[in-house]
Each structure stands twice: as structure tokens, then as C-alpha cells.
Design a protein around this ligand. Structure first.
Ligand SMILES: [Zn+2]
Length: 88
């Protein structure tokens, strides 16, 4: 009887331990900036890559008095380098 309880507690313990290590594995390295959800931009799509800014907004730039949103700093830099290529 005592042996069975010990056996069960080992199972419970090991499942807790494996559960914890699983959670650790799920933690992804977060190099990306967080999505900006409270920023209003005038463009619905990233002018560079056409991604919807509502879902992928990570960087913004004020150009010609308007706030443009971008999915990434790369797209912003590309836009900044030559905005007229992207604004029609
Ligand atoms: Zn983009």
C-alpha cells in the first residue's frame, strides 16, 4: 500500500517536472518589437510589403504630417529612403 502511494507520487512529481520543462521550451526568444495596438496610422497596409498594419504594426514614421505604420523597422527604413516610391 505504502509502495503504491510512493509510486503514484513519483508519477505526479515527474509529470509536474516534465510539464514545467515543456513550458520553458515554449518560451520563444522575443527579439521582435511588440505590436503597437494603440497607435492610429493612416495606412491600412504597409506601403512596402502590403501587410495589414492593423495586425502587424511594429513601427511608425511621420511623413508629410501623416503617421504611417509599418510591419517592421526594415520596411520603415525602406519607405524613409524613398517615400515617393510607395505613395501614389
Ligand atoms: Zn512591411
Amino acid at each position: 500500500m505504502k509502495g503504491k502511494i510512493l509510486f503514484l507520487s513519483i508519477i505526479v512529481l515527474s509529470s509536474i517536472i516534465s510539464c514545467n520543462s515543456k513550458e520553458k521550451d515554449n518560451v520563444m526568444p522575443n527579439n521582435d518589437k511588440e505590436v503597437l495596438s494603440n497607435v492610429k496610422v493612416i495606412n491600412k497596409l504597409d506601403p512596402v510589403c502590403q501587410m495589414p498594419t492593423s495586425k502587424h504594426l511594429k513601427d511608425t514614421l511621420t511623413y508629410d504630417g501623416k503617421l504611417y505604420g509599418f510591419c517592421s523597422s526594415n520596411c520603415k527604413e525602406e519607405f524613409k529612403a524613398n517615400p515617393k516610391n510607395f505613395i501614389k
